[in-house]
Ligand binder design. Structure first.
Ligand code: HBI
Ligand code: FE
Length: 277
């Protein structure tokens, strides 16, 4: 593939033993706490893609297995890529993953998505046929949105589903968002902490709601199923929603509206505590 698409060789053979150890430490921590917390689709993806094999996965090997399941592959990039490049890969079922891994002293948090966030966090869901279709549809939507200059609203849809989404499963809430499953602390916070709001997913509401990139979320949106998320994304014409939202104020991250169907109304205690700190 040409360099214009920001892909680079993964150079799997250049990873050091220390880097593989960081992956193994993060993998062990997350995989022992996620059963009962993560969506069954996520846990199935971990299993069917044999991600429990020690060490940082080889993207070629991983892509061979993934391609047979949902047509997706994993390509290495140096870090965040421009939105239009990101959407083009996504629309063509190529998931861009950082090929670097965080240092041992950054286990709990890092700003830029590394290979653990991207491959452990995102790739298992790509083995689920319905979610895989959703993400490809999202990529096509992004290609259109790029032209309409409404990327901010579409990025919120990505943020509140792909990165920080919750799903109803067997009468409880389960995690499927990659930003949550790849973080030990937020895997607990997102389900158990009383401070965030947990609101039923609504496309327009999500597109209007700001988000924060530097701390736990203050609002999580809950989908009834991946089928429903796919149906909404494929069947809804986004353009009228963009028009309705034009000129309407963005909603602050902790907002609760009378029309919201609430699973839990947050105490916002965490936000106040942080503000006081
Ligand atoms: N690039 N590598 C990488 N990974 C992402 O998750 C990513 C990106 N570029 C843009 C982006 N995400 C978001 O702005 C999307 O919502 C578009
Ligand atoms: Fe991500």
């Amino acid at each position: 593939m040409s360099g214009g698409d920001w892909t680079i060789p993964q150079d799997w053979s250049t990873y050091t033993a220390e880097e593989h150890d960081v992956w193994n430490t993060l993998f062990a921590r997350q995989s022992e706490m996620l059963p009962g917390r993560a969506s069954e689709a996520f846990l199935r993806g971990l299993d069917v893609l044999r991600l429990s094999k020690p060490g940082i996965p080889d993207f070629e090997e991983l892509s061979e297995r993934l391609r047979t399941l949902t047509g997706w592959s994993v390509v290495a990039v140096p870090g965040l890529v421009p939105d239009d490049v990101f959407f083009d890969h996504m629309a063509n079922r190529r998931f861009v993953a950082g090929n670097f891994i965080r240092r041992a002293d950054q286990l709990d948090y890092l700003q830029e998505p590394d290979v653990f966030h991207d491959v452990f966090g995102h790739v298992p869901m790509l083995a689920d046929p319905v979610f895989a279709d959703y993400l490809a549809a999202y990529g096509r939507g992004g290609q259109r949105a790029g032209n309409l200059g409404v990327l901010k609203k579409l990025a919120r849809l990505y943020w509140y589903t792909v990165e920080f989404g919750l799903v109803e499963e067997a009468g409880a809430l389960r995690i499927y968002g990659s930003g949550i499953v790849s973080s030990r602390a937020e895997s607990v916070f997102a389900l158990d902490d009383p401070s965030p709001n947990r609101i039923a997913f609504d496309l327009k509401r999500v597109m209007q709601t700001d988000y924060r990139i530097d701390d736990f979320q203050q609002t999580y949106f809950v989908i009834p199923s991946f089928e429903e998320l796919l149906r909404i994304t494929v069947e809804t014409d986004f353009a009228p929603i963009y028009d309705e939202l034009e000129g309407q104020p963005d909603l602050a991250v902790e907002t609760v509206l009378p029309a919201d169907r609430l699973f839990t109304r947050g105490t916002q205690a965490y936000a106040r505590e942080k503000a006081a700190a």
